[in-house]
Design a protein around this ligand. Structure first.
Ligand SMILES: [Zn+2]
Length: 338
């Protein structure tokens, strides 16, 4: 009886998540109490709280994701395909024990896979044009920077589709693959069997590819391979966490990518983040459409596209510190450098 109820709950939650274009569903357990939260348009919002059934729902999801049902004391991950009759969706599950109880995150993948051009994502036509021009001409590094959950990977996918439509051979290493692209070769990292980010990247260098997509430059070894790939005449497109354009350069340097070299190989930096617009249904007062947040949940990121000119390269390499560079970039805003 309990199990049937949990099956129904899970069905209702996932149906709601899919119809609202939710990217992540969080399950926070505290004994039997279960809080369900949705991430939409980069923001996380409570969906509902159940006072019973928490453990049974968690067990059911673990079973679906082919995880160890008996052991909730260690982090685990898994995945399953959810089919609601007229669409199917790949769902990645990751669970960790917190001191409050289990925390489980379901990432919904397939509804992201609609083909979106950079303009559909919210980039201005002019920026899209400049960026595509730079991508198609160049070898080097194109960095997409921004805070977590700003849609950076979606932007990379759009670039991958564009580049492969122009006849470029694109390979990627991702953790995880969020969209399957028919035209590209995508490798998903699987640490458990030794297919690590690092080893995959190094093998990919030996593959004959024009464009290397790296899901994220996240440590020194990834940065080093990215550097090597750009120096060997490839275009590398990747993402990094940063709070502005200059922050992206600072992040590269932190990861062992010398500033002078970054100035040399960088062709473009795309910075993107969501800005909070008031909900159009209630003008910010809070309503059912926006889950009482007052914020428009159908949001597009705001883009800044910096195509690096020779002047920019000199500026980057010669700036005394990041503060000075920030100031200089502010004097010639991203959109103005052709
Ligand atoms: Zn509203």
């Amino acid at each position: 009886m309990e199990d049937i109820q949990s099956v129904i709950f899970i069905q209702e939650i996932l149906d709601a998540a899919l119809s609202k274009r939710v990217t992540d569903v969080h399950f926070h357990l505290e004994e039997e109490r279960l809080r369900v939260l949705f991430r939409m348009g980069g923001q996380i919002k409570p969906h509902l709280t159940l006072l019973t059934q928490g453990k049974s729902i968690s067990r059911r999801i673990r079973a679906l994701a082919k995880m160890d049902i008996s052991d909730a004391r260690l982090p685990q991950d898994g995945s399953f395909v959810w089919d609601d009759g007229f669409r199917s969706c790949q769902i990645r599950v990751a669970t960790i024990p917190t001191i409050q109880g289990e925390s489980m995150v379901l990432r919904l993948m397939d509804h992201l896979s609609e083909e979106e051009s950079l303009k559909d994502l919210g980039m201005s036509e002019e920026d899209e044009h400049r960026l595509k021009g730079a991508l198609i001409r160049s070898v080097g590094l194109c960095l997409v920077a921004g805070p977590t959950n700003a849609g950076k990977t979606t932007t990379l996918y759009s670039m991958m589709r564009f580049l492969s439509s122009m006849g470029r051979d694109v390979v990627s290493v991702e953790n995880p693959v969020e969209q399957r692209l028919q035209e590209c070769r995508q490798v998903e990292v699987r640490e458990r069997i030794g297919l690590t980010f690092d080893s995959t990247l190094r093998s990919l260098l030996r593959q004959d590819a024009d464009v290397l997509m790296i899901g994220e430059v996240r440590d020194e070894s990834t940065a080093k391979v990215a550097m090597r790939a750009t120096l060997s005449g490839r275009l590398v497109i990747t993402t990094t966490h940063a709070r502005d354009l200059v922050g992206a350069l600072a992040r590269l340097e932190d990861l062992g990518f010398p500033r002078s070299l970054a100035a040399d190989v960088l062709i473009a930096i795309v910075f993107q983040q969501f800005d909070n617009k008031p909900c159009p249904h209630c003008s910010g007062a809070g309503c059912a459409e926006c889950h009482l947040s007052g914020i428009d949940i159908i949001r597009q990121p705001k883009f800044e596209v910096k195509i690096l000119s020779d002047d920019d390269r000199v500026t980057i390499a010669s700036a005394e510190d990041w503060g000075q560079l920030r100031q200089k970039f502010r004097q010639s805003p991203a959109g103005l450098t052709k």
